[in-house]
Design a protein around this ligand. Structure first.
Ligand SMILES: [Zn+2]
Ligand SMILES: [Zn+2]
Length: 231
C-alpha cells in the first residue's frame, strides 16, 4: 500500500516547493508565498528600488538619476536568494520556474507597460563561466508574457578598472552598429538584470538612451545590493 502511495503522490503532486521542499502542486507552496508577500509589503523607493519608508529615498531626492523606476523582486536577506544565486554567480537556471512564479505573484501587477525590453549585458567571461546569459533568459520570458519585443544587441559592455581594484566596474555603451535612433524615439524601455548594483553606472546607461530619444527607462532586477542609506 505504501509503495503504491509513493508512486501515486508524485503523479498527483508533481512539484516540490522550491523553498520548503513540501510536495504539492505549485513550484512554491502557498504558505511560502504568503510569507514572501508579507515581506514584500515594505515600501521601496520607486526610483532605485531600495527598501524605504517613503516612496522616494533620500539619495534619490538629491540625485537626479536618468532612470525613472526600478522594480526589484527581493532583498539579499530573502529566502528567494538561494534560488537566484548559485555558489558564486547570480543565475540559477534550475529554479527559473520558481523565480518566475514568485515574480508573477509579487511583481506582475507593478510592471508598467513598456515598448522594448533589453537584457543588461555582462562581460563575456561571466556568461562563459556560467554557461548562459541569465538576463537574456529572463527577458525572453517576460517578452513572451507581456508581448513586448526585445533587443539584445543594442547595449554593449566594457570593464573599466585598475589591476589593483578587485571588482571591475562595467561600462555600458550603445552599440553604434545596432543603433537605430528612429526606433528609440519616445520609447519606454525596461532593462532586465539578475542583480542591481551601482546607480551611478545605470544612471550613465539611462542617460545614453535618453540622449537618443528614449522617453522612460526602468530597471527590472531579481535582487539588489543593499545601499548604506536605508531609512
Ligand atoms: Zn514552501
Ligand atoms: Zn532611491
Amino acid at each position: 500500500m505504501l509503495r503504491v502511495l509513493n508512486q501515486i503522490i508524485p503523479l498527483l503532486f508533481p512539484n516540490c516547493c522550491a523553498l520548503c521542499q513540501l510536495r504539492q502542486k505549485h513550484v512554491i507552496c502557498s504558505s511560502c508565498i504568503s510569507q514572501l508577500r508579507n515581506q514584500s509589503v515594505h515600501m521601496r523607493c520607486l526610483i532605485c528600488g531600495t527598501p524605504n519608508q517613503t516612496w522616494v529615498c533620500k539619495s534619490c531626492q538629491y540625485a537626479k538619476w536618468s532612470f525613472d523606476q526600478s522594480l526589484v523582486l527581493c532583498d539579499e536577506s530573502s529566502r528567494l536568494i538561494p534560488l537566484i544565486k548559485g555558489s558564486d554567480e547570480y543565475g540559477q537556471i534550475k529554479y527559473l520556474p520558481a523565480i518566475f512564479f514568485a515574480w508573477h505573484i509579487l511583481n506582475f501587477r507593478k510592471m508598467p507597460p513598456v515598448d522594448l525590453l533589453i537584457p543588461l549585458p555582462e562581460l563575456f567571461a561571466k556568461s562563459k563561466k556560467r554557461g548562459f546569459w541569465f538576463a537574456l533568459i529572463l527577458v525572453k520570458k517576460w517578452s513572451r508574457l507581456t508581448r513586448t519585443p526585445y533587443n539584445k544587441d543594442l547595449i554593449g559592455v566594457n570593464a573599466i578598472g585598475t589591476k589593483y581594484s578587485e571588482m571591475n566596474m562595467p561600462l555600458y555603451y550603445l552599440d553604434s552598429r545596432n543603433l537605430n535612433t528612429h526606433l528609440l524615439q519616445n520609447k519606454r524601455i525596461a532593462i532586465v538584470m539578475p542583480l542591481m548594483q551601482s546607480e551611478h553606472v545605470l544612471h550613465i546607461l539611462a542617460s545614453h538612451l535618453k540622449n537618443h530619444g528614449v522617453r522612460w527607462v526602468a530597471y527590472w532586477s531579481l535582487t539588489r545590493k543593499p545601499k548604506k542609506d536605508h531609512y
